[in-house]
Design a protein around this ligand. Structure first.
Ligand SMILES: NC(=O)c1ccc[n+]([C@@H]2O[C@H](COP(=O)([O-])OP(=O)(O)OC[C@H]3O[C@@H](n4cnc5c(N)ncnc54)[C@H](OP(=O)(O)O)[C@@H]3O)[C@@H](O)[C@H]2O)c1
Length: 275
């Protein structure tokens, strides 16, 4: 079955390896990321690697609701049979930042931005014959809690790792809650941890730490493996609302499995980022 796949953050790192695997398998892919020039350059390279690849680019800034709404319109016009969404874009900032819309930048983009994007895309996924959503979470979710006050008050975190952990926890809670809310439908939603992967996400680390990262961490292709399996394999169809590491179901933190926390986060997400 040929798929139409959206990959957020598909112009580098783990997302780029997802894109590469998808076009090699003959699927049509749209890459969504902020830097359109970079995405178009990546597409030129991929088209040489895989002649005949069907690739599209869209500018998307998950920190900006107007950008999300415009990107969603372009995605749905281009991929009229969209059936697979990889919610992968993300960043780790050295220091806490606030987006123009007042949200702390890590949860603001990785969770609330993706939540809004999905509000646009879900109606299309619901009419696809078989739809899959794969969310890039992280083992860092174990360091996170959901602290509502911090959504608009970055300083509450004191450490950037806490903000990153909260955002990756929110990604995982979202995957589980969306799976519950669409249970019995044609959509399968799962989350995964890619491993520690040598990518641009570590760009704000000091140079000596970046050298260590390059030596000890996985290649982006290895980091993308579980996501590609979740998106394409017949075996993965059996799973919904689960968290995976190395293609295996994995244990996740207690709070990531708490249904009251999930319901509250969903309600807040609708208030903050709903359409
Ligand atoms: N690397 C690891 O060890 C590791 C471990 C666990 C989880 N992860 C997760 O893996 C995912 C991919 O990260 P990576 O390691 O592959 O890093 P990366 O190479 O830096 O890729 C991040 C991607 O996200 C895009 N992006 C960042 N902020 C964005 C925004 N506001 N709006 C839209 N796109 C945005 C970037 O493109 P533009 O700059 O053009 O927007 C880029 O394509 C992230 O969710 C990260 O949290 C990574």
């Amino acid at each position: 079955m040929q798929r139409q796949i959206l990959v957020t953050g598909g112009n580098s790192g783990i997302g780029l390896e997802m894109v590469r695997a998808f076009i090699k398998a003959g699927h049509e892919v749209m890459i969504a990321a902020r830097d359109l020039g970079k995405t178009l350059g990546v597409i030129r390279v991929l088209e040489q690697e895989v002649p005949g690849a069907r690739l599209h680019a869209v500018a998307l800034d998950l920190a900006d609701f107007d950008s999300i709404d415009a990107a969603a319109r372009q995605i749905l016009t281009t991929l009229t049979q969209l059936d697979t969404v990889m919610l992968n874009a993300g960043s780790y900032t050295n220091g806490l930042r606030t987006q123009d819309n007042g949200l702390e930048s890590m949860i603001g983009s990785m969770h609330f931005g993706h939540f809004r994007l999905m509000e646009h895309l879900l109606p299309q996924l619901k009419v696809a014959a078989e739809a899959r959503v794969v969310v890039t979470s992280s083992v860092a979710h174990w360091t996170g809690t959901i602290d509502e006050a911090s959504f608009r008050d970055a300083a509450r975190h004191r450490m950037d790792l806490r903000a990153y952990g909260q955002a990756k926890l929110a990604n995982l809670i979202y995957a589980r809650e969306l799976a519950r809310r669409t249970q019995g439908s044609n959509i399968r939603i799962n989350a995964f941890h890619p491993g520690g992967v040598a990518t641009g996400i570590w760009r704000e680390l000091p140079p000596f730490a970046q050298k260590v990262v390059d030596k000890v961490m996985l290649t982006p292709a290895k980091g993308a493996d579980t996501a590609i399996w979740l998106a394409l394999s017949a075996d993965a169809k059996a799973f919904n609302g689960e968290y995976f590491v190395k293609r295996k179901r994995a244990f996740s933190s207690r709070i990531s499995r708490n249904r009251e926390v999930a319901a509250r986060l969903w309600q807040l997400s609708e208030e903050i980022a709903g359409l």
